[in-house]
Design a protein around this ligand. Structure first.
Ligand code: MIG
Length: 884
């Protein structure tokens, strides 16, 4: 409200050019506000890899302001900037390469970032830089004339209205011990009219223009039954915005963990063309422009400008700052069966058996809050789970895993060791009076662990050791819920902003980081219990920039309605673009009961999304995949089996996400950055660079309209292998059996030849390659392989990273990373070449020993698919197949 009183116009900030200093790390100078005269310190630096950082803090604040810790993986490596001009009110900074220039205008203060003469973005060009300097509370102030006036009644009332020192929210009073401390500024993205990112909202892929009062909000909240198309923040926040135009992608990463609002306005501005003749000089061209205004409740301005120039560069730049996706254990890419709740050991066993009886693969069964002794996490309900170890041994024999829920609130109960220990050690968040903050949650009155404290995180991590966590085994993994944090009867169902954390920071400063820290501590705990050997799996509901390092996220309590299936696609794409590849939505919809058709469609979509879990609410009817009649069971089985067969490809994509920050699930525009028709597409997406997936999100659909982008591309039906006649928008007939999936020409996809009961049952199953030829009759693809669960790939380089190339009718398998070694007896059994123009006469395979072997083949003249059978070519060796 206070920031919104500042309207676009001339900024009152001006640069004190005398204060400019230059070092290897940065350029510093002060700016001053014409009215309040409070100097701010500006720091600009160039970070390796086309990133610029701009920090603004008070030059001498009353006390230190909050600077987000632990999100950047390291202090970024900087390049020295050069001052190329400092006169006439302009400070010109150049990068070493001189490709980038930062033009700082002194009065009013503005920064313009140019790349090879093109202005990409500018800051404060709308004059919305806003910075509330810390002040002593009114009662401490010396009675100057100004303050006397401020104390006068009418003004006091006005201040209260603006919530400077306290603010009411319903029946809650937020006392702001440190007074107003809001910060904000605007950016103009020149030539851009497509912007994305800043999850999490139940919103469209393309960010919309906001008007007064409907800014995108970044404030982690537990909103049960959240609405669709709403800009209120839910569960998690990543303050990263991407902007795209055909020849460039850029990103703005606003590193601030307090409540943040983002206003967006896209418009066309008239650009005068430079030209000779007077008549032509009058010509104007409409150039798009997007203005983005960031407003945070507290902290400092610390913003990273990610200059791309491609989307993949932006992803790398963001990962360079916040880390890449953790490589998931392979089992976690299988199917997960969850429910609130699987009641007891018998129920778990019966559901597990049900999957085998119905021949449906799955990897993990989940236990929700009812498995505990009265919502005391790390314990078991002694009646329902009398022998949890035995239950886990049973699952282990079936080569399956267990995930249990562990929430951050701790039941107030002196006989509960976790509570009494944490209480004694002072590990809970405090209220404004210094007492342990008490809130109501599942267990009743609860306290909240202060995960912002490193000592608390260490202690928490230690709770996961097998000795301490009674009844846990190494097939048990963890789910962190309610970590926004959710506080029943709290303001907006979360913790009061004046609660106090480690080092005396108020909750308002750290709010959006709370869940990030819990997942961090949990993941560390799981790694620790295995003495650093095993990869953790932790699912979290709340997240922040960098959460990708710790595991997976899901989109929370969606509803069993078609609209929620539909919106899950842009929601997952947005989370993926914000660095978190391992994401999913509850299959079936959490709240309510899906009609069977919706459930089937949801399984079909989920099978082609990164995190694949069926889940349902306590009040929902049972929903195991075999409860909806033989036909639906059959279709769901098929969808899940397709997922399992596809795992080699998916795992390889996760390796790429882990090592090269490429999102697993990606919007079309990232793969086709020059094709404007893809920029807003959100009803289909790419899985890696090879598969285009179009979930069916309408009831009784007979056909869907699919965009196959790129006039120079060839697309193949993923299941029937036939080449699509055309690219462009096609009407594709659909049945309930499956959803449209296409393979892009020029790619090779590794698959398993069949599915097994779980990922662990599939280790020895042989591989199949789908080689889809492009217009040049070429294709290329990869396979990444390791033990699927340990860190040996990292510490001992125990992995295989293979490349498959098809060129001039030769398919070759070669090594992409010689440093990796991993022994497998697995073979490539079958190869299917799609789009092979004519029937071959003979085919030979040559492995390393040089011996050629004739290959059995089948050629389908109708689809032009060539199938090579019984190959038995080692996965870990070089070989070639010659087609004549
Ligand atoms: O408000 O633990 O989003 O997945 O089943 C309900 C019970 C609390 C919310 C989670 C949901 C979970 C449920 N939890």
């Amino acid at each position: 409200r206070r920031q919104k009183r500042l309207h676009p116009g001339k900024s009152l900030y001006r640069v004190l050019l005398d204060s400019v200093t230059l070092s290897d790390e940065n350029v510093k100078f002060q700016i001053i506000h014409e009215e309040n005269k409070v100097p701010l310190q500006v720091e600009i630096c160039e970070i390796e890899g086309n990133i610029f950082r701009l920090k603004i803090d008070e030059a001498s604040p009353l006390k230190a302001r909050y600077k987000v810790p632990d999100v950047l993986i390291k202090e970024p490596t900087t390049h020295r900037l050069f001052i190329s001009q400092k006169e006439a009110g302009i400070l010109m900074l150049s990068s070493v390469s001189e490709d980038y220039k930062l033009q700082v205008t002194a009065n009013p203060f503005q920064v313009e970032l140019q790349h090879k003469g093109e202005t990409v973005l500018s800051m404060n060009s709308n004059g919305l830089l806003y910075f509330e300097h810390l002040q002593p509370p009114p009662c401490d102030r010396k009675p100057t004339a100004e303050n006397k006036e401020a104390a006068s009644d009418s003004l006091k009332e006005k201040q209260e209205d603006l919530g400077l020192w306290q603010e009411k929210f319903g029946s809650f009073l937020d006392i702001k011990a440190h007074g107003p401390s809001s910060v904000g500024t605007d950016f103009t993205l020149h030539g851009f009219d497509h912007v994305y990112g800043i999850p999490q909202h139940t919103e469209a892929l393309l960010l919309k223009n906001t008007s007064d009062g409907d800014a995108y909000r970044l404030y982690n909240l537990d909103i049960f039954g959240h609405k669709i198309h709403d800009k209120i923040g839910i569960y998690g926040s990543v303050p990263l915005l991407l902007a795209h135009k055909p020849n460039r992608t850029a990103g703005i990463f606003w590193l601030n963990s307090s409540e943040t609002l983002v206003d967006i306005s896209t418009k066309a501005v008239a650009e005068h063309m430079l030209s000779g003749s007077a008549a032509e000089a009058a010509k104007q061209r409409a150039v798009p422009q997007t203005d983005v205004r960031w407003m945070s409740e507290s902290g400092i301005i610390d913003v990273f400008l990610l200059m791309g120039p491609t989307a993949f560069d932006v992803f790398k730049q963001f990962a360079q700052l916040t880390g890449t996706q953790a490589l998931p254990p392979l089992f976690s890419l299988g199917y997960h069966q969850c429910r609130w709740n699987y009641e007891d050991e018998q129920d778990v066993k019966a559901v597990d058996d049900g999957f085998d009886e119905h021949d449906i693969p799955y990897d993990v069964i989940w236990l929700d809050i009812e498995h505990t002794d009265g919502k005391r996490y790390f314990t078991w309900d002694k009646k329902k789970f009398q022998n949890p170890r035995k239950m886990q041994e049973h699952l282990r024999k079936k080569k399956r895993k267990l995930v249990v829920i562990v929430d951050p609130h701790i039941k107030i109960d002196p006989t509960y060791t976790l509570y009494s220990q944490a209480k004694d050690k002072g590990y809970f968040v405090k209220d404004r009076n210094g007492q342990d903050f008490e809130g109501i949650c599942w267990p009743g009155s609860s306290c909240y662990l202060d995960f912002t404290n490193p000592e608390v995180r260490k202690w928490y991590a230690d709770q996961f050791t097998f000795k301490t966590y009674k009844g846990s085994t190494n097939i048990l993994f963890v789910w962190n819920d309610m970590n926004e944090p959710s506080v029943f009867k709290g303001a907006e169902l979360t913790m009061q902003k004046d609660a106090v954390h480690y080092n005396n920071w108020e909750h308002r400063e750290v709010h959006n980081l709370y869940g990030f820290y819990q997942q961090m501590a949990t993941a560390e705990g799981l790694i620790k219990r295995s003495s650093g050997k095993e990869r953790p799996f932790v699912l979290t509901r709340s997240f922040f920039a960098g959460s990708q390092k710790y595991g997976a996220v899901w989109t929370g309590d969606n509803t069993a309605e078609w609209g929620y299936l539909k919106i899950s696609i842009p929601m997952l794409l947005t989370i993926s673009m914000a660095g978190i590849s391992f994401c999913g939505a509850d299959v079936g919809g959490f709240i309510g009961d899906p009609e069977p058709e919706l459930l089937v469609r949801w399984y079909q979509a989920g099978a082609y999304q990164p995190f694949f879990r069926g889940h349902s609410n306590m009040e929902s009817k049972r929903r195991e995949p075999w409860l909806f009649g033989e036909k639906n069971t059959q279709i769901i089985r098929e969808a899940i089996r397709e997922r399992y067969v596809l795992l080699p490809y998916l795992y390889t994509l996760f390796y790429r996400a882990h090592t090269a920050a490429e999102p697993v699930m990606r919007p079309l525009w990232i793969e086709f950055p020059g094709k404007i028709e893809t920029f807003g597409v959100e009803n289909e997406y790419m899985l890696g660079n090879a598969l285009l997936v179009h979930p069916v999100t309408e009831r009784e659909a007979k056909a869907v309209s699919v965009l196959l982008p790129g006039s120079e591309e060839i697309w193949y039906d993923f299941r029937k292998f036939e080449r699509m006649e055309d690219s462009g928008t096609l009407k594709i007939p659909v049945t309930l059996e499956n959803i449209p999936v296409f393979q892009r020409g020029g790619t090779v996809i590794p698959l398993k030849t069949t599915a097994g009961k779980s990922t662990e049952w599939m280790i020895d199953i042989s591989y199949e390659l789908h080689v889809a030829l492009d217009t040049e009759a070429c294709a290329i693809g990869e396979l990444y392989l390791d033990d699927g669960h340990s860190f040996q790939y990292l510490h001992k380089k125990q992995f295989l990273y293979r490349k498959f190339t098809f060129h001039k009718n030769v398919l070759s398998s070669s090594c992409t990373d010689e440093s990796g070694k991993y022994h497998t007896t697995c073979v490539v059994e079958r190869v299917i070449v799609l789009g092979f123009e004519q029937q071959p006469t003979f085919v030979t395979a040559c492995s390393k020993d040089g011996k050629g072997k004739e290959v059995v083949f089948m050629y389908n003249t109708k689809t032009s698919a060539l199938t090579l059978e019984n190959l038995a070519l080692s996965v870990d060796a070089d070989w070639q197949i010659y087609i004549n």
